[in-house]
Design a protein around this ligand. Structure first.
Ligand SMILES: O=C(O)COP(=O)(O)O
Ligand SMILES: [Mg+2]
Length: 231
């Protein structure tokens, strides 16, 4: 069997509602892939600790890219930080001083990024930051806005994993639902946009499925199964 690495988003991908409830059949399928010898790595805008705990309890590969690419967790006391929260907080201050309704989202603690409520216009925010010569990444996961350090996104975060574990792009299959997953799609040979993804996101993936979230993950794995059984 040719070993593959699945890079899997969490919210809107293996969850079945806005609150983060895990689609159990999708998780079971990912655990089965792990038991078969593939790697299944969560790549999420949630904290990397949340993603890591999901891998422990879910029975998938105990490596996680969290904080929208800003933090890699390899163990309870082993985190690789790929960004600086200070420049993200500076960007937050500029936005708060120049726009209305800029509010942080109450999430688990972050080491490298700032997470905001989706309560203001993102393009206007990007314009304000540019006018103040603030260079950060500002992105929308459909669950939250993220301010990350320049050049930090799910693609660069996962690329760090690929380097450290000698994973080839040829063997990576990325699965996601939102704009924050597009950089991850670009570092994978195969990328799957779920039915709940926007047309813009779907246009960036190598394949799309019609089912939403966890059901879409199951549909994708059914479609990919023949390729996975290559000798
Ligand atoms: O916290 C979020 O932004 C949601 O994260 P995810 O969709 O990247 O898992
Ligand atoms: Mg998502």
């Amino acid at each position: 069997m040719k070993k593959r690495t699945f890079a899997v988003d969490i919210d809107g991908t293996i969850t079945e509602n806005g609150g983060g409830r895990i689609h159990l059949d999708a998780l079971e399928a990912l655990r089965r892939l792990t038991n078969m010898g593939h790697d299944v790595i969560f790549v999420t805008g949630r904290s990397s600790v949340e993603g890591f705990l999901l891998s422990v309890f879910g029975g998938t590969t105990k490596i996680t890219v969290g904080e929208n690419g800003g933090c890699i967790t390899l163990d309870s006391n082993d985190h690789i930080l790929l960004g600086s929260i200070d420049e993200c907080k500076k960007a937050l201050d500029v936005l708060k001083n120049n726009m209305e309704n800029v509010e942080e989202k109450y999430v688990f603690p972050r080491m490298t990024e700032v997470v905001l409520q989706r309560t203001f216009d993102l393009d206007q925010a990007r314009k304000v930051l540019s006018e103040h010569n603030i260079d950060v990444e500002l992105s929308d996961s459909q669950y939250a806005y993220h301010i990350n350090s320049p050049g930090i996104d799910k693609g660069t975060g996962f690329t760090e994993i690929m380097k450290r574990f000698s994973i080839s792009k040829e063997d990576v299959i990325a699965i996601g639902d939102s704009a924050t997953d597009v950089p991850l799609f670009k570092v994978a040979k195969t990328s799957v946009a779920l039915g709940n993804a926007s047309d813009d996101v779907k246009s960036e993936a190598t394949m799309t499925v019609s089912a939403h979230a966890g059901d879409g993950v199951l549909e994708a794995l059914d479609k990919l199964a023949p390729r996975l059984s290559e000798i």
